[in-house]
Design a binder for this molecule. Structure first.
Ligand SMILES: Cc1cc2nc3c(=O)[nH]c(=O)nc-3n(C[C@H](O)[C@H](O)[C@H](O)COP(=O)(O)OP(=O)(O)OC[C@H]3O[C@@H](n4cnc5c(N)ncnc54)[C@H](O)[C@@H]3O)c2cc1C
Ligand SMILES: *[C@@H]1O[C@H](CO)[C@@H](O)[C@H](O)[C@H]1NC(C)=O
Ligand SMILES: *[C@@H]1O[C@H](CO)[C@@H](O)[C@H](O)[C@H]1NC(C)=O
Ligand SMILES: *[C@@H]1O[C@H](CO)[C@@H](O)[C@H](O)[C@H]1NC(C)=O
Ligand SMILES: *[C@@H]1O[C@H](CO)[C@@H](O)[C@H](O)[C@H]1NC(C)=O
Ligand SMILES: *[C@@H]1O[C@H](CO)[C@@H](O)[C@H](O)[C@H]1NC(C)=O
Ligand SMILES: *[C@@H]1O[C@H](CO)[C@@H](O)[C@H](O)[C@H]1NC(C)=O
Ligand SMILES: *[C@@H]1O[C@H](CO)[C@@H](O)[C@H](O)[C@H]1NC(C)=O
Ligand SMILES: *[C@@H]1O[C@H](CO)[C@@H](O)[C@H](O)[C@H]1NC(C)=O
Length: 573
C-alpha cells in the first residue's frame, strides 16, 4: 500500500471524525454510489432470508413466493445453509429487533408453521441494510472512510455464530468476511519480520474459512489443526480473538494460545501484520480482547501438529429420569480433577459425555472411566470407548453426523469453574448443588475445554487469566421462540442471569468466556478480561482513535444507552 494513499485516508478519517455532530441526513445522497464504485460494485442491499414467505415487508405489499419460501424452510436449521447467506444468523433472534418484535423469522421447531408469517409482517429487524462483500484491505479502508464521513455505524459479520448479536446491527453498514476462503500451510512458517529461527509448522486461513473446511484441508495434508466443535464457526473471527476452545484444549491450548499472526486493517486505516515480532501490543490484544474491536482481520495463521495423533474417544449416554441424573453428576464432579490430569476434554451433560484424550492408552481410558461407565450401563445406557487415528476421524464420526441444529433463539450463560474447587469436598459439593439446582430450568452443558495441562507462556494472551486455572467452562442455555412476548423474552434472559448468579457465588473471583457468557453479564469487563482490561482499553484507543468500531460488551463499549443498541432489552423495565 502506497504511503500517499495512506496519508490521504488518514486525513479523510480525521476529517470525518472531526465532524462528529454532522447530521446523518446531510451526507450526500450519492454517498452509497461512491462507496459501491470504490469497492468494485460489491456493495449490496440485504433482505431477510425468509422474506419470500411473507406478504408484507416494511409496510409494503410483498409477493409471497411458495417455492422460494419452501427452500428457506428446508434450510432453516442447517448451519451450512445459514452461513452462506449474509442475512442469516445461527440464532434467529439476532436477525430481529428483540425490543420491538420487528422480525422476519420462521418457527425453528417447525419452519413450515404458518403462524410465523401470518401473525407477523416481515421487517428488516437488526439485519444491516447494506453490506460489502469484502475481498481486500482496500474494501475495509473504504468502509472506514465512509463510516467516518457519514456516521454510519459499522458491523463485521463472518459466520454469524455470535451469541451476543455482535455481528448484526440495525442500520449499520456491514463487512461480510465470508468469501475470504484462501488456505495455505507450511512446515516452516516464519511470522513476518521475525528471525528465521522463529519457525513453526502452521496453517493460514482467510477470514471466511470455517472449521470443517480447515479440518478437511489439514487432514488432506497430513497434519492437525486445533479448533472448535462446529462445522461453520470461523477460524479467524470471534473464535480466534475471544478465546477459542476445542475439546483438545486441555492439552493443546486455546485458539489464542496457538495463533501466530493476524493480518488486519485497524480503524486508523492502516493495514498491519501483528505477531510476536511486530505490532506486538496489538497482537496481544487480538489474543483474547475479542472480535469486532481492534480492526478487521483478513487472515490468521495458527500452529499445527504433525500427524498422527491417535486419540481415545469416550461416548456415554443414558435416558435421564427424575432420579438418575444426580448420581451421574456426582460421579462427574468427583472425577473431574483426576480426568483433568489425564488430558480428557469434551462435553458433559446430565445424561451424556463425549470426551477425548491424546494422553492415555485404550486400557487406561477404560480404567479411568470405569465408575462412570458402570453407572451408565446400570441405567440401561450405552458406553463406547474406542481409539480413533486422528482428530479428523473423530470429527467426521461424532460431530458432523450429530451436527446440532441452528436457528433457535438460544441464550447462553456460563462461568469458568476454578480447578481448586474440584480439590476439596466442600468445593465439589458446592458445584454439585449448583448443577442440581439448575436442572429444573436449564441443563448444564459442561465444556471441558480449558487449557488445564497446557504449558502457557505467561502473559502471552489477553483473555481473563483465570482460564488457565479452571477445569470447566460451565455453560447452559435458556430459550424463547419466534412468537415469545417481550415479557417472555425478558424472563428467559433473567433465568440465565439468576443461574449464573449462583455460579458466581461459588466462584466469585473467576470469570466467564467472552464469547459464551451472558448477554447481560454484570461487570463484564472483569468477568471477560479480569486484570487485562485496562491494558486492552488503552490499546483499543491507540488503534481506534476515532471510535469507528464498537460492539456490545466489547473492550471500550459505548454502553447500552447508545441508540445503536435499541434492539437489546432493558431487563429492569
Ligand atoms: C453452534 C455453535 C458452536 C460453537 N462452538 C464453539 C466452540 O467449539 N468453541 C468456541 O470457543 N466457541 C464456540 N462457539 C462460539 C463462537 O466462538 C463465537 O460465537 C464466535 O463469536 C464466533 O465467531 P465468528 O467470527 O465465527 O462469528 P460472527 O458472529 O460472524 O462474529 C463474531 C464476532 O467477531 C467479529 N468478527 C468476525 N469476523 C471478524 C473479522 N474478520 N475481523 C474482526 N472481527 C470479526 C464480529 O464482529 C463479532 O463481534 C460456538 C457458537 C455456536 C453458535
Ligand atoms: C419464486 O422463487 C423462485 C425460486 O427462488 C424463482 O425462480 C421465481 O422466479 C420466483 N417467482 C416469482 C413470481 O418471483
Ligand atoms: C401487516 O401490514 C399490513 C399493511 O400495513 C397491515 O394491514 C397488517 O395489520 C399488518 N399485520 C400485522 C400482523 O402486523
Ligand atoms: C508441560 O511441560 C512439562 C515439563 O516440560 C512436560 O512434562 C509436559 O508434558 C508438558 N505438558 C504438555 C501438555 O505439553
Ligand atoms: C503423515 O506424516 C507422518 C509424519 O508426521 C508420516 O509418518 C506419515 O507417513 C504421513 N502420512 C501420509 C499419508 O503421508
Ligand atoms: C445414545 O446416543 C446414541 C447416538 O446418538 C443414540 O442412538 C442412542 O439412542 C442414545 N441412547 C440413549 C439411551 O439415550
Ligand atoms: C470420589 O473419587 C475418589 C477417587 O477419585 C473415590 O475414592 C471416592 O470414593 C469418590 N467418592 C464418591 C462419593 O464417589
Ligand atoms: C430411572 O431409571 C433407572 C434405570 O433404568 C431405574 O432404576 C429407576 O427406577 C428410574 N427412576 C424413575 C423415577 O423412573
Ligand atoms: C406461539 O406459538 C405456539 C405454537 O404455534 C403456541 O402454542 C403458543 O401459544 C404461541 N405463543 C404465543 C405467546 O402466542
Amino acid at each position: 500500500m502506497a504511503g500517499g494513499c495512506l496519508t490521504l485516508l488518514t486525513t479523510v478519517l480525521a476529517f470525518g471524525a472531526a465532524n462528529v455532530h454532522a447530521s446523518t441526513e446531510s451526507f450526500p445522497s450519492d454517498a452509497w454510489t461512491v462507496l459501491s464504485q470504490a469497492v468494485g460494485g460489491r456493495l449490496s442491499e440485504a433482505k431477510p432470508i425468509a422474506l419470500p414467505c411473507f406478504s408484507y415487508y416494511d409496510g409494503q405489499l410483498n409477493q409471497r413466493n411458495d417455492s422460494a419460501c419452501a427452500a428457506v424452510e428446508a434450510g432453516y436449521t442447517s448451519p451450512t445453509y445459514r452461513v452462506a447467506n449474509f442475512g442469516d444468523y445461527m440464532m434467529s433472534h439476532w436477525e430481529t429487533c428483540q425490543s420491538t418484535s420487528e422480525q422476519c423469522i420462521l418457527d425453528s421447531s417447525d419452519p413450515s408453521n404458518p403462524q410465523a408469517w401470518q401473525q407477523y409482517n416481515c421487517s428488516q429487524g437488526s439485519i444491516a441494510p447494506h453490506y460489502i462483500d469484502v475481498r481486500s484491505a482496500f474494501d475495509v479502508q473504504a468502509a472506514y472512510t465512509f463510516s467516518a464521513l457519514t456516521k454510519t455505524p459499522l458491523v463485521i459479520k463472518n459466520s454469524g455464530h455470535d451469541y451476543k448479536g455482535r455481528s448484526s446491527q440495525k442500520g449499520a453498514l456491514a463487512l461480510w468476511m465470508h468469501n475470504l476462503q484462501d488456505m495455505s500451510w507450511s512446515k516452516n512458517f516464519v511470522p513476518w519480520g521475525c528471525p528465521t529461527s522463529n519457525s513453526y509448522a502452521a496453517m493460514t486461513a482467510g477470514a471466511g474459512v470455517g472449521w470443517q473446511t480447515a479440518y478437511e484441508y489439514a487432514d488432506a495434508n497430513n497434519f492437525t489443526i486445533i479448533g472448535g466443535y462446529h462445522q461453520t464457526v470461523g477460524v479467524s473471527g470471534g473464535w480466534a480473538m475471544g478465546g477459542g476452545h476445542s475439546i483438545l484444549t486441555p492439552v493443546y491450548g486455546l485458539g489464542v494460545d496457538r495463533v501466530l499472526q493476524f493480518k488486519i486493517v485497524t480503524p486508523d486505516g492502516i493495514y498491519r501484520i501483528a505477531n510476536e515480532c511486530q505490532n506486538t501490543d496489538l497482537f496481544w490484544a487480538l489474543r483474547g480482547g475479542g472480535g469486532g474491536t481492534f480492526g478487521v482481520v483478513l487472515e490468521s495463521t495458527h500452529r499445527v501438529e504433525p500427524n498422527p495423533i491417535p486419540i481415545q474417544v469416550a461416548s456415554l449416554n443414558f435416558t435421564a429420569n427424575s432420579t438418575n441424573t444426580h448420581g451421574w453428576l456426582s460421579i462427574v464432579v468427583n472425577s473431574s480433577y483426576k480426568w483433568g490430569t489425564e488430558g480428557w476434554g469434551g462435553h458433559i451433560g446430565p445424561a451424556n459425555l463425549i470426551n477425548v484424550t491424546p494422553l492415555l492408552s485404550l486400557d487406561e481410558a477404560k480404567e479411568s472411566l470405569q465408575e462412570a461407565s458402570d453407572y451408565v450401563t446400570a441405567q440401561g445406557g450405552s458406553v463406547v470407548i474406542e481409539t480413533l487415528p486422528s482428530w479428523y476421524a473423530f470429527f467426521a464420526k461424532y460431530v458432523i453426523s450429530a451436527q446440532s441444529a441452528v436457528g433457535q433463539e438460544y441464550l447462553l450463560g456460563s462461568r469458568l469453574m476454578p480447578s481448586a474447587l474440584f480439590q476439596t469436598n466442600e468445593g465439589k459439593q458446592q458445584i454439585l448443588d449448583a448443577l442440581i439446582n439448575m436442572l429444573p430450568s436449564a441443563n448444564p452443558y459442561i465444556v471441558v475445554g480449558t487449557p488445564f495441562l497446557y504449558n502457557q507462556t505467561a502473559g502471552a494472551t489477553s483473555i481473563n487469566p483465570v482460564w488457565y486455572d479452571s477445569l470447566w467452562h460451565l455453560s447452559f442455555h435458556t430459550l424463547f421462540t419466534f412468537n415469545s412476548t417481550l415479557d417472555e423474552k425478558k424472563a428467559a434472559y433473567q433465568t440465565g442471569n439468576d443461574i449464573v448468579a449462583t455460579l458466581r457465588a461459588i466462584a466469585p473471583d473467576s470469570g466467564a468466556y467472552m464469547n459464551e457468557g451472558l448477554v447481560y453479564e454484570p461487570d463484564y469487563e472483569h468477568s471477560f478480561w479480569g486484570s487485562n482490561y485496562n491494558q486492552l482499553l488503552s490499546i483499543k484507543n491507540k488503534y481506534d482513535p476515532y471510535g469507528l468500531l464498537d460492539c456490545w460488551t466489547c473492550v471500550g463499549w459505548s454502553g447500552q444507552s447508545d441508540p445503536k443498541y435499541s434492539c437489546y432489552l432493558n431487563l429492569s423495565d
